[in-house]
Ligand binder design. Sequence first.
Ligand code: DP6
Length: 327
Amino acid sequence: MVVTARAHPNIALIKYWGKRDVPLNLPVVGSISITLGGLETVTRVSPAKAGEDHFSLNGEAASPKEARRLKAFVDILRARSGRTDALHIESRNTFPTAAGLASSASGFAALALGVSRYLELTLTLQGLSEVARRGSGSAARSLHGGFVEWRKGEATDGSDSIAVPLADASWWDLRVLVCVLARGRKDIGSREGMALTAKTSPMYQTWIDAQEPDLEAARGALQRRDFQALGEVAEASCMKMVSTWLTTRPALHYWRPETLGVIQAVTALRGEGLPLFFTTDAGPHVKVICPGEAYMEVEARLRALPGVLEVLHCPVGGPARVEVQGD
Ligand code: DP6
């Protein structure tokens, strides 16, 4: 039997940064994201050839560290299914890996879906979202299409810390233009960065306390399809997260000088009357969001900016999907 699962990455408009429980991967705050159509992780799950798990990403065997993280994740699903199958798992991304494009989100969403189907585990979407979250928090959001909220949850076992769809992809024709500003991996992953922020940033508690009003504002803006309101709260959320990075010791420098250049250009273009706003994640790239009807002009202006190597165009994407071949 071969199972192929596909999931899109997502970008948070209202950000997740920090954990209230590390082993269960429970967040200190809720978050809201857009699913990115056009980019995806494709994960193929088949029986292991050599009797032990094998993991590869984009044609290369996983490093020992990556393999340990992946195996620990697959073990959660094996334990739930009562099966012990060794698996051959190959993943491919159609976009740059580990450079702030949240490949762990689509990666663990596709893995959770593919492996659970291979092991014939019948999980509800809620159950799947709980499992995906254990792999990477943002992966819980990538199981759904459209606009998604990952609820912080209150339960100590994490059973209510799940992602729920707020609206599907057809609700609002927004486009995400990912301005790629560098190639290669980042030095400090989100996981490590979050732990440092929680330990050392004097802004951390302020960040946590300020999240609920932002979530509320973003839910309202999405419901009303109010582009200006969504942009204001999304940019504010991003900058609050960045303020916790800059006040972490040692400071987390995920941005590059070009990142700030593009952000300032986005503000200037808005001043000229173009509808657009920005967000960034734990990497140098700037994600620009605009309404569908404005994307061609916005894209042309972004491509002309210094430091922009490439612009990826993403419509709002659909949910993760799975296909089974053989028996
Ligand atoms: C800045 O989901 O990659 O992109 O749960 O530790 O795997 P782990 O973290 P991850 O962090 C994403 C952080 C972010 C903001 C966001 O996507 O909400």
